[in-house]
Design a binder for this molecule. Structure first.
Ligand code: C5P
Length: 397
């Protein structure tokens, strides 16, 4: 953490007092801390306190009389390695979500290219409010790190989710942030979502895959430092931040994009629910209703995963097996027949798999004991899965 330039933004909230301790901890770790306080923050703690603790001038105004100071504001935004807003009030979160720049701190946040982390602190009803949650989701989608809040006693004599994390907890998160990540610089290619196989200009064959698992894995891998390319069938999901997303429609298109992108890939993760068959012919015009029965002729699509596993310079290749029965048995068979390094089996059913936000996974590898990840949010499972994959790669050398 030595010599890291950290901008600590303090907004109006009683938790501002914890930021004094955070400043002390950061300075102790030889970080260069520049504090920016909003006007409301100064109702709770004085700039002098922060100036003394940081050993640096504290910035409070957008337009200083001093020209040199004005130039410094921009320099401040440019030189930061990390911007931490602690506490982040509901009001400031809303400003950040909508890109307002009506004071120094919001302007610096808009002008900086440095990563931003916020530690929310507010009353539990404000935190649960749909608009706050929507703002948080939008910040998350833009790659802003959300640290906390924690549950516990709130300043308003209520108990619930809304307390700012303790200074020591935020300090650890900052430390983790600067520590080299487990998949730093590793190239990962991920397929996700369903494919659509056209019957005619208005109809297609597809499946229930939402793409949620693959997108969660792409996000977790990116956060672990990987360079992620995501080849996705049609989904309604937002592009995970800092992930190169290539949209495709059919299995054939997904196949050619994978082959195009596979060079220099260290890990290939095939979460897509690729159609196994496509219509033998795609009608140029809409197929007309005729007799009582209509027979469709289908032909096999290329097996993308098996093709990657056959490459002479094969990446660490991971398949997914969505099953409705005999989950483990079928998965083991796929691991062997497709020559995979790892397969992740999951049962598709009520509250599990395809459209659900939750899942449970069974990870099977060649020559290694199985690992079960029990029922949890796909976002959580994705983080655990990525840690397991990173460890495998490390031990493989
Ligand atoms: O054999 P099955 O389709 O059940 O295997 C599932 C695995 O194979 C998944 O990882 C899926 O992404 C991949 N797959 C593929 N290309 C296909 C069919 C499946 O990459 N045409």
């Amino acid at each position: 953490m030595q010599n890291k330039n950290i901008i600590l933004g303090i907004t109006g909230g009683i938790a501002a007092y914890k930021s004094a301790e955070l400043t002390r901890l950061l300075r102790h770790a030889d970080c260069n801390v520049r504090v920016i306080m909003t006007q409301n923050a100064q109702e709770f703690i004085t700039p002098l306190t922060l100036q003394t603790l940081s050993g640096n001038q504290v910035y409070t105004k957008m337009f200083a009389q001093d020209l040199e100071l004005n130039i410094k504001h921009i320099a401040l935004a440019r030189s930061a390695d990390l911007v931490v807003i602690a506490p982040a009030s509901a009001n400031f979160i809303a400003k950040l979500a909508y890109g307002l720049a009506d004071d120094l701190l919001s302007t610096v946040c808009l002008a900086t290219t440095a990563p931003i982390a916020i530690a929310p602190a507010m009353n539990k009803i404000m935190w649960q409010n749909t608009i706050t949650q929507k703002n948080i989701a939008s910040l998350q989608d833009r790659g802003i790190n959300i640290w906390g809040p924690a549950a516990g006693d709130l300043a308003c004599n209520e108990i619930g989710l809304g307390r700012m994390l303790e200074a020591t907890e935020i300090f650890s998160l900052i430390k983790n942030f600067f520590t080299s990540k487990i998949l730093q610089g590793v190239n990962i290619l991920i397929t996700a979502g369903p494919t659509q196989e056209a019957l005619d200009p208005v109809r297609f064959l597809t499946n229930k895959s939402s793409g949620k698992m693959g997108y969660a894995i792409a996000r977790a891998a990116e956060q672990a430092g990987a360079n992620v390319t995501l080849i996705s069938g049609p989904t309604s999901l937002l592009n995970p931040p800092n992930v190169k997303r290539i949209g495709v429609i059919s299995a054939e298109e997904m196949y050619s994009q994978v082959i195009k992108q596979i060079k220099n890939t260290a890990i290939f993760i095939s979460t897509a629910a690729v159609a196994d068959y496509r219509p033998a012919k795609t009608a140029k015009q809409k197929i007309k209703k005729t007799g009582e029965e209509l027979t469709l002729e289908l032909q096999k699509t290329p097996d993308i995963l098996a093709a990657v596993a056959r490459l002479p310079k094969k990446p660490f290749t991971i398949g997914f097996a969505a099953e409705t029965e005999n989950v483990k048995k079928n998965a083991i068979k796929k691991l062997q027949t497709k020559n995979l390094d790892m397969i992740v089996a999951n049962k598709v059913g009520k509250n599990l798999g395809f459209e659900s936000d939750n899942n449970e996974l069974l990870i099977l590898s060649k020559n290694a004991p199985e690992i079960k990840l029990s029922y949890a949010a796909k976002t959580q499972l994705a983080k655990e899965f990525i840690t397991i994959v990173a460890n495998k790669i490390k031990h493989k050398g």
